[in-house]
Design a protein around this ligand. Structure first.
Ligand SMILES: [Zn+2]
Length: 240
């Protein structure tokens, strides 16, 4: 592992933990009412979250079925349903466009509370955030899916492979091998490191799933280099 990266990751983690109450006033994310504690959502809004309760399902969920006949997936989980005008849409918008990284960590912890036992049972050995194109990540300051993974990692100690996959913006850029020399494999719009091969069961972490086509492409890219790998999916939200 790259120790400098690991140090930076730990520093960011500590920074998020220590200073969130100073940087972000205690205000409910959804109704903007003042909060008595260092929380994100007030007790009035919390029951209004569109929880999927997928953790209670014994039968296949709509999210499981979304990938049938496309790619083989071991388990899937989404915490919230996404609808136009919903609290989920507001939370995702704040996370992605309003510089509120703590939202990703917060919901990552919520996922771990409900789905953590399953992650352990399934022996997930890597959390792989869906990569963002580096320019997008630079402009936003973070990859929101990596923050969700950080939240899961706070409660369940599964390593995060943020640097094991990358996104390529245009298809044409694949030909410019020099720029991606540290990457071992380029497939579709993704570049994957050979280091991925040491993991047996990877959970891809996403922010919101609509058609599933991005995940399908990423899974195909992973299996190109690591055909035997088991893959699961964890998302903050899924369209209903
Ligand atoms: Zn509220």
């Amino acid at each position: 592992m790259n120790t400098t990266r690991e140090k930076v990751r730990r520093t960011i983690k500590k920074w998020l933990k220590d200073s969130s109450h100073i940087l972000f006033p205690a205000q409910c994310l959804l109704c903007e009412e003042e909060l008595p504690s260092n929380n994100l959502i007030c007790s009035f809004c919390e029951p209004g979250l569109l929880l999927t309760y997928y953790e209670k399902y014994n039968e296949p969920t709509a999210l499981d079925q979304l990938f049938w006949g496309r790619v083989k997936i071991k388990t899937t989980y989404a915490l919230l349903f996404y609808e136009e005008g919903s609290s989920t849409q507001l939370a995702l918008h704040q996370l992605k466009y309003r510089n509120r990284p703590e939202i990703g960590v917060f919901f990552g912890e919520k996922i771990a509370e409900r789905w953590g036992a399953k992650l352990m049972e399934q022996k997930i050995d890597l959390l792989l955030p869906v990569p963002l194109h580096s320019k997008k990540k630079f402009l936003r300051g973070y990859n929101q899916s990596a923050l969700i993974a950080e939240g899961i990692n706070k409660l369940i100690n599964i390593p995060i492979g943020e640097n094991l996959a990358g996104k390529i913006k245009e298809k044409g850029s694949q030909t410019r091998h020099g720029r991606f020399s540290r990457w071992d494999n380029v497939s579709g719009n993704f570049k994957i490191s050979n280091k991925i091969k040491v993991y047996q069961h990877i959970a891809i972490v996403d922010d919101v799933i609509t058609t599933g086509s991005t995940l399908e492409a990423l899974i195909k890219a992973l299996r190109n280099i690591h055909p035997a790998v088991q893959i699961s999916i964890i998302s903050l939200a899924v369209t209903k």
